[in-house]
Design a protein around this ligand. Sequence first.
Ligand SMILES: Nc1nc2c(c(=O)[nH]1)N[C@H]1C(S)=C(S)[C@@H](COP(=O)(O)OP(=O)(O)OC[C@H]3O[C@@H](n4cnc5c(=O)[nH]c(N)nc54)[C@H](O)[C@@H]3O)O[C@H]1N2
Ligand SMILES: Nc1nc2c(c(=O)[nH]1)N[C@H]1C(S)=C(S)[C@@H](COP(=O)(O)OP(=O)(O)OC[C@H]3O[C@@H](n4cnc5c(=O)[nH]c(N)nc54)[C@H](O)[C@@H]3O)O[C@H]1N2
Ligand code: SF4
Ligand SMILES: [Mo]
Length: 893
Amino acid sequence: MTDNDKTTRTTCPYCGVGCGVLATRREDGTVTVAGDPHHPANFGRLCSKGSALGETLSLDDRLLYPEIAGKRSDWDTALDLVAGKFTEAIRDHGPDSVAFYVSGQILTEDYYVANKLMKGFIGSANIDTNSRLCMASSVAGHRRAFGTDTVPGTYEDLELADLVVLVGSNLAWCHPVLFQRLEAAKASNPALRVVVIDPRRTATCAIADLHLALKPDTDVALFNGLLSFLAESNALNKIYINRFTEGFHKSLEIAGPCEIGAIAEATGLERRDIALFYKMVARTEKTVTVYSQGVNQSVAGTDKVNAIINTHLATGRIGKPGMGPFSVTGQPNAMGGREVGGLANMLAGHMELENAHHRRVVKDFWQSPVIADKPGLKAVDLFKAVGAGRIKALWIMATSPVDSLPDADSVAEALRVCPFVVVSEVTRTADTVPFADVLLPAAAWGEKDGTVTNSERRISRQRPFLELPGEARPDWWQMNEAARKMGFGEAFSYGNAAGIFREHAALSDYRNGGSRDFDIGAYKDVSDTHYDSLPPFQWPQAAESPPADTRFFSNGGFFTEGRKGRFVPVAFQAPRRRERAYPFILNTGRVRDQWHTMTRTAKTARLMSHIAEPFAEIHPDDAARLGIAAAELVEVKSPHGSVIVRALLTPRVRKGEVYVPMHWTDQFASRARIDAVVAPETDPHSGQPGSKFTPVAVSRVSMAWFGFAVLRERPSEIRADYWAIAPIEGGYRLEFAGRIKPDFQTVSASLGSFGDDRICIEDAAERLSRQAYWDGDLLQAAFFFSAGPVEVSRQWACGLLAAAPGRKDLRSQILAGRAPADRPDCGAIVCSCFQVGCNQITEAARCGADSVMAIGETLQAGTNCGSCRSEIQTLLDEIAKENVNDTDIAQAG
Ligand SMILES: Nc1nc2c(c(=O)[nH]1)N[C@H]1C(S)=C(S)[C@@H](COP(=O)(O)OP(=O)(O)OC[C@H]3O[C@@H](n4cnc5c(=O)[nH]c(N)nc54)[C@H](O)[C@@H]3O)O[C@H]1N2
Ligand SMILES: Nc1nc2c(c(=O)[nH]1)N[C@H]1C(S)=C(S)[C@@H](COP(=O)(O)OP(=O)(O)OC[C@H]3O[C@@H](n4cnc5c(=O)[nH]c(N)nc54)[C@H](O)[C@@H]3O)O[C@H]1N2
Ligand code: SF4
Ligand SMILES: [Mo]
């Protein structure tokens, strides 16, 4: 550090844990990041994605100027056109002919302005958000049970609990710092038990005392059974039920008697595991149930949420230290978006669109000409309306619907036919960019200024530490200027984020008086300077009476009419039967080191080293049946579309199910946009798509050849039936394959102009070829072809480009297709911070390093961000199992 280095306190732009980040801008312009030791979400920790933030800030792929029809323009012209087209559509076709589709990754201030413009000034509720794909079922479930969208608990509850049940949450990979807090709590409290309910054995299972690998979409059966079990085993809190809730008996009646056999049948679980789980819950007062996309992203998502909440209301385990249902949010500002009412069926300040009083409150506060009085189109329906020509002008902000919405090819088609599409983006190569009539360059993380709210209702500042590049502007500014040009200047005269935040806080206080959960009235007069230095705080923070405890509902106080919590009777419906043509269930989700459509995380070679290629997890028995060998390519197909990805054979998935990550886009693979396959079926209450349950067919793709290459430059075009590309240190790695055997030299020549200094061996019999090209001392590219999946160590090959120029031994290494014997292959990367591979960990374990801590001491792995510790534990468990098996075999012999 030098005196001129400047450190800024800000918040991580990735997941809903909402970690505090210290970003230090060095004199040479580089940025380093560290966890903020004072931030109450992370106390200094950061996960792998957070720690790599400094590596994602380059401007090479940034949008820097507004564009109209693909040509550079300027803000005034571009926004004149936007305002003109929206005004024209509203005039000719009414307010419901226009729409905004925004994101849980914009800041609260951006969101507030967009929502105010649409609902109060345009007069339509056609503003929806990618949170519809993410949290909508939790919102709907909360509103049914609590009367409002309230998350009752805090992160601390996970640490104070004696039982943490994780339902459809891969916390280790998706909320890594919260997972680490849980891991630490478990280490210091041996009584703390963890149950994971997930059809897959995920990295999170490394700390599970019990894993219930239930059949997909059978959670309601499991939790209804739990409710009955609690009733039958005298574990109810009758005082709480009587004083603070209504509807208990009806819910219990619908849940029916607790018949473990029937529940086992419905869920595919072992009777004794179900019984064990129920007993654990019944006898553990301090129980927290954390849930995420395995619950929300389902056609029964809202019912799953209420089935879980019912069990907490029945035991009065809510809003007390160490107890409660806990929906963990995905995006950095999913919660802020809900606070400003950014969903098509909500109003600002957690008010309800259907409630006439609430509409009046908001309209009076905004002094707006109109107020939307009926719900707008929810995401899936919105894009159907776009496709049907009913939406004449659409503004997309900070989300990539052609990748992330189900039936994604139809979404792309809808954008193609939409008369006018505005896209606010930071990345030139985002898949939605080509569909824009007007492209607006947005300020990115590090440049943006405003607030986000994390999963535990904690509002933190995102502060800028970089100048706005080119003509990039914040999202709120873009909406504000468009509103002014549409004639709403008086209500849209914001000069900075602080002004918007003050108004948002004032609205939360306006005619509230304790009638609404969301209240940050204490900040309605916050000065610009105070806003700048605002420390993270948790709501509610009413103007007059800041609460002693920010938890909700320990003593009732729900936001329903009678202020009672509502049990919601939910009937289990067995998921729809598989059609013969589509016998597998496709499950989709995340991997540890990538963020959504990879526009930021794929910029860093370090994060790409964990998993560099899209894959389908398939059970080995299914693979054997279908004739699929390890590392072959498979097609996963539904009536909507298909992908081709690498087969990863693993008993982590149940038979009859496949798991494909959601991340890969057309930028990084030939055909891996999994949402092209996902069915657009939605939950009837929340409108959230069931992204984790699509009937599909899986088949082996017969390829005549496979290739792997490392290249200094990214090829401008890749002619192959399959490819996946990823950055590595010094260049790119490319996996590819084709159906017809080509001349391998023609293939390599088509991927760049590499010059004449070339070495090559071909073995026609083996159908194998290795080639490498040099430019002077510098290796330009190396290619490995074979008839089956290429068996060279990826770790070794990826190191070739970074090797010192002029290293003579590289030539013989490449021809041999492997590292010299004295330099063993480190294996697939587990620890991305220190680039430690699984072979190294296995070796160290065999030499006696038998705990995660010992591995850390030997190899450093897991000692920086800690995100890989659960994988190290899993490896150690497997090695221990092998040892046991070896002993078994020895004893048997
Ligand atoms: N590394 C990383 N972290 C992220 C993100 C990211 O892109 N990358 N995105 C963030 C966002 S926006 C979100 S929403 C969160 C999501 O966080 P999570 O919800 O934890 O992540 P997912 O992988 O989508 O899904 C969780 C699990 O649900 C399981 N599941 C599928 N079907 C069922 C079912 O029927 N029942 C049950 N009980 N489980 C089921 C899946 O097998 C999967 O393991 O992650 C956030 N954090
Ligand atoms: N099959 C399947 N599909 C899913 C899911 C799943 O589990 N399975 N999960 C769903 C969930 S939970 C989510 S949250 C979505 C996420 O899906 P998306 O929202 O589509 O994914 P992102 O990659 O986060 O898209 C954000 C875009 O905004 C840009 N951007 C980043 N910062 C800014 C900014 O400040 N301003 C502007 N204007 N642009 C910015 C980025 O470059 C990127 O292109 O995917 C959903 N889709
Ligand atoms: S857990 Fe990781 S991705 Fe999530 S906020 Fe913290 S550092 Fe960022
Ligand atoms: Mo999400």
